[in-house]
Every structure is written in C-alpha cells, then in structure tokens.
Design a protein around this ligand. Structure first.
Ligand code: PLZ
Length: 445
C-alpha cells in the first residue's frame, strides 16, 4: 500500500516560518504557556513519508520523525485506518474497568519482539516518562530495594521521578525540585570524551561504576540500573564496547534489575528492533514509547514475568494507559515495521548517512565526531582539537537548514550535537538532499 499521499519532495515557497505560521505563532504567545518550546515553529498542515507540509504550503524534509516517533512514516494509511476503525467502535472504556482485546494483543506483540525468550508480561501506559517511572516502581516492589542507578547524560523524562533520573539541569530540572530520593548518578562510557581514550573507555567506565555502586550504595540496596542503550537527548552516545555487558553481568550477579530505556531507540530505529540487540543484551525490564504507535500516545513496560507479576493486584494502572485507538495504531504500526522490512531499511539509512557524514568530517574541522546506528545518527561539533563544544556553530547550521526546509534536531549535554532521526520510510533522494543542505551549512561556517 502506498505510504502516503503527500508528495515526497521538498518545496520552499515562503520564508520559513511563513506568514501564516508567524500569525499562529503570534496567537500562541497569548494562549500557550511559555515553557513549551518548538524547535522549528512552522505550523503543520499534513505530513507523510519523509515530508512535513506547513500551513504556508512549504514541504520540509523530515529528519526528526517527531523525535523518533513516526518510524513507519507520518499518517501511514494502515495505521490511520486501523485506529479510525477502532475510534468508530469505542473511544475509551478504561482497561481497568472494561478491558478489550487490542490491549492484550499489543502486550503479546511486545512480549514476542522484545529481547530474550523468557516468559514476559507487559503493561501499557501513555508516555515514555510514565513507562520509565513504572519500570522503577516494579523493580522496587519486586526487589524490596530502593536505590536506583542512572548515568551522566541520561534522559528519562519530565515527571518528578524521571526528572531525578535525567542528568541535565537546564532546561529539564531548573527550579522544579525537590527531586525524588535514592537516585545515584554514575559515569557514562562516552568514548569521544573519555580522558584516557576511546579504547579504554568501556572497561574503565564499567570498573568505575561497579566500584562506586559497591562502595557508595551497596549492591544489595540497588533495585535497578536504568540506562538508554544509546543515549538520546544526551547526544546519541553509544556506550563504548564492553560497557553494557559488564553492567548487565554485575546486575545479574547482584540481583539488580537491569532496565533498558528504549523509548527513543526502540522499534527498528537503530537497525535492530531494539538497540539492546546490538550487544546481545537482554534487559530484565524494557521501557518503550515513541515508535510503538506511530504517534498516538502509547508506552509500555515489558519484562520478566516474575518481576512484572510481583506487584500486587491494582498496584499498576492509569485511566488512559493502553487507550484502544493507540493500541490499534500500535498493532498496525508494528505489523508495518515487520512487513515493510524497516529494521533492514534503518540499517541502509545508517550506512548512507554515516558514509556521507564521515566524508564531511574529513572536510570540515568543526565535525569532531560522527556516530550512531541505523536511522539514529549524530554529529558532534567542536571548536578545536581539544574538543571544546561548539554550540554557536550548531545554532548556525540549524538555522540554515531550517530556513531551507530541513527539519533538524539538536541534542547533547553541551548543546553541540546535531541529531538525525528520519522516518524509516524516507527515500534515498530526500536523505541525500537533506545531507546536501547540511553540507552546504558546514561549508558556510
Ligand atoms: N526516555 C530515552 O528519549 C523522550 C523528550 C522531548 P516522553 N525524549 C524526548 C522533551 O524535551 O520533552 C524520552 C526519551 C527517553 C524517556 C523519554 C520520555 O518520554 O514520552 O516524552 O515522556
């Protein structure tokens, strides 16, 4: 089936943002809370495949997927049809009041596709933060322990508990405390910035983490280690080789629940269904959201049956968790990922992007590092050989690309990482055109 009716070509017919977008932006100022930002305030009319069309008739190349959500493309007809059919039958009953089959089917699918062939259970929720928060609740309840270990550069959400799990103060935590207790932050195996070099990074970082957990918390007090298998908001940091397996082994040996936050990396994004698979990691609990339902609000925790079922009846839930339309969208989206071969497509996208970006890195000194897997690729911008972060160049590159009709996102603790998360259905022509714009931006610095 055709993915979309939206023409798959870039078209810039006004300034960006155009006059209609600017007028809505003006109204927004007196209607919407200041605290909510927008990376590129062009107001959307429709979107499909790798294109976002705005109210002024501009068609932008989408390198963001609504932050890694529309993996199967925007408004895929199969997703729209299945969710609409569901909406026509009933919109909500609350699974905790009168359940419905689609919720069970999504859980079955998650239990099947997540890493590991052990017996699993799932719970459905509304947002990534809620999924991570529930994973922590389940781990604490099942272990009877309280401490939670997280890492430098981590991002896990904006609720009170997940703010505490998130590393970066501005903008996520500033002025929002007090934060939840019993959260312990550890060094991250960030190869590009590891003091003794990338080759030593994985084992050295793992040793430091294990030593700190043992000396500062006591392994027997730790309920969970929570980590993104590739850090997203932190700047697409792939843990250096050896780091994750060593942490998983330590968790297993000490009865600590290993929680993978695959909210951003999940559902074919990185060239595996889940990023843990790159290193053969089998998490005890896995938190998912974003790509699960192609944009309808849905999230999940999936994990070992004995942990998930340790929680007393009625201990988990929420009014909207596993909304029927979101479940229908998830079932259509998951089947599209499998039938359209999007795991393989993500790998192809990664090869194309990494090839071109490494070539650019040879030409432009501002590119300090090119990294990522599948359709989750980043470049880190630096001022000099000492790797001083260069957020100023990042701002110039972003603004050039935005003005030419490329939706591009940034990330990173130091605000100097350009990240690319195209929908997995984007064509090579649009990918190359987007990368051409990026290259032009580097050449103009
Ligand atoms: N865990 C790994 O990437 C969401 C945040 C955007 P929610 N990332 C995008 C913003 O600035 O709010 C994210 C994530 C990882 C958890 C979350 C939280 O997911 O659905 O935004 O709650």
């Amino acid at each position: 089936m055709a993915a979309t009716e939206v023409a798959q070509s870039r078209r810039v017919v006004t300034e960006i943002p155009g006059p209609k977008s600017r007028a809505i932006q003006e109204r927004r100022r007196s209607a919407v809370a200041q605290g909510v930002g927008s990376v590129l305030p062009v107001y959307v009319e429709r979107a499909g495949g790798g294109i976002v069309e705005d109210v002024d008739g501009n068609a932008l190349i989408d390198f963001g997927s609504g932050i890694a959500v529309t993996n199967v493309g925007n408004a895929d007809p199969r997703v729209v049809e299945r969710a609409s059919e569901q909406l026509g039958r009933f919109t909500h009953t609350c699974f905790m009041v009168n359940p419905y089959e689609a919720y069970v089917e999504v859980c079955e699918a998650l239990n099947r596709i997540t890493p590991g062939d052990h017996e699993k259970r799932s719970i459905l929720l509304n947002s990534g933060a809620e999924a991570v928060e529930n994973a922590v609740k389940i781990a604490r309840n099942a272990t009877g322990r309280q401490a939670v270990v997280v890492f430098d550069h981590a991002y896990h959400g904006r609720t009170n508990l997940t703010m505490a799990l998130t590393a970066k103060n501005m903008p996520y935590k500033q002025g929002f405390g007090p934060f939840a207790g019993e959260i312990h932050r550890m060094p991250m195996a960030y190869a590009y910035r590891w003091p003794t070099g990338p080759d030593n990074c994985g084992p050295e970082a793992a040793d430091m983490v294990i030593d700190q957990i043992t000396k500062q918390i006591g392994a027997e007090n730790v309920a969970a280690v929570v980590i993104e298998p590739i850090q997203g908001e932190g700047g697409f940091i792939e843990p250096a080789p050896g780091f994750l397996p060593a942490i998983v082994d330590f968790c297993r040996a000490n009865g600590i629940v290993f929680v993978a936050d695959e909210v951003q990396t999940g559902f074919a994004r990185t060239g595996h269904m889940f990023a843990c698979e790159h290193e053969g990691i089998v998490p005890d609990l896995i938190a998912t959201a974003k790509g699960i339902a192609a944009g309808l609000p849905l999230a999940a925790v999936t994990g070992r049956a004995e942990l998930m079922d340790a929680v007393h009846g009625g201990g988990l839930g929420g009014t909207y968790g596993g909304n029927p339309a979101a479940c229908a969208a998830a079932l259509a989206s998951l089947s599209a990922i499998e039938s359209d071969g999007l795991v393989e497509r993500a790998r192809e996208i990664g090869e194309l992007m990494l090839g071109r970006l490494r070539d650019m890195a040879g030409k432009y000194d501002v590119i300090g590092d090119v990294r990522g897997r599948g359709a989750m690729i980043a470049v880190e911008l630096v001022k000099d050989a000492d790797r001083t972060p260069d957020p100023e160049s990042l701002a110039k590159v972003m603004s050039f690309c935005h003005s030419r009709g490329l939706v591009l996102l940034s990330a990173g603790t130091y605000g100097n990482v350009i990240r690319m998360l195209p929908p997995l259905v984007i064509g090579d022509d649009l990918l190359n055109e987007g990368l051409d714009l990026l290259e032009e931006a580097f050449s103009l610095l």
